[in-house]
Design a protein around this ligand. Sequence first.
Ligand code: KG4
Ligand code: ZN
Length: 344
Amino acid sequence: MRTVLGIESSCDETAAALVTSDRTILAQRIASQDEAHRPYGGVVPEIAARAHSERIAPLIEATLADAGMTLDDVDAIAATAGPGLIGGVMVGLVTAKALAMATGKPLIAVNHLEGHALSPRLGDGALEYPYLLLLVSGGHCQILLVEGVGRFRRLATTIDDALGEAFDKSAKLLGLGYPGGPAMERLALEGDAKKVPLPRPLKGSEEPHFSFAGLKSAVMRAKQSGQYADADIAASFQQAAIDCLIDRTRRALASVGPLNALVVAGGVAANKAIRGALEALAAEHDLDFVAPPLGLCTDNAAMIAWAGVERFAMGQSDPLDVAARPRWPLDPDAETVRGAGVKA
Ligand code: KG4
Ligand code: ZN
């Protein structure tokens, strides 16, 4: 059995975790910076990088202490090396390099998106490749065929906003603070999804991709009209988003060969209405549906440690001069799509 220390710092969560090759999370800590960014309604990169640099070393110490371990008990050190806000990524990666250098243990540079993409396998030991993954977070909205570690085929992406971004921006328009996704989900529970007519961008389209910018603009017009209750706008927004997700995922399912499961990951995968709709879609296709436990959906270091476990098991590690990458697509062969990839 191997134990990997994982470090995550690519956005606004400073996180460390110790995960074993038999899928046990021995300890994990997450320091959220929500309070620091809330006044700005979004993540301020410079504030994030400074907060990571203050918190990361004590956080790793505390995580080791929680597990009653020292660095001697760790077999490898994995850290997010991108994509993300580069200042934060560098704090985590350089910390991992220093620990690897001091201990002589291998360094594993993990793609944050691969962390999300493989996280369902940490929660569910029965999940085998290949699976169809809907990766929905604050910066990404992609459908990927996951064929193995480092083996991804991107089938669809967003041509403008990511889904989490659409949730966050719509929440801001309704005056619900940051981060908006969980607040929108709560408010939607009190509303009627049929009350506000909203568009379903690209639904039924020949091309495989997503678009959410028009939906967000429609939320703005609905709010400004003064005709609708906020809860009805939230419920109608969430339903429109779900209709788009299901339509696009159904199209993707029709374009691939046999699969072992339909899987959802990323921060937006914490949304129960979205999980429910995808579960029904999977059942319709006679597929298992796998979603990580809620705590593994939003950014965390256990998923980074787990990606490290999988890479380490394949004999992979990285040199101490490995680069931090603000952009790092999972499928390097995927064509660039209008607007997509602007954000990490
Ligand atoms: O994966 P994540 O923690 O960070 C990124 O890598 O982007 O995702 C954060 C995103 C935010 O946009 C947040 O609003 C959204 O996930 N989110 C949700 C929910 N919980 C988090 N969106 C909808 N419903 C939720 N319950
Ligand atoms: Zn993420």
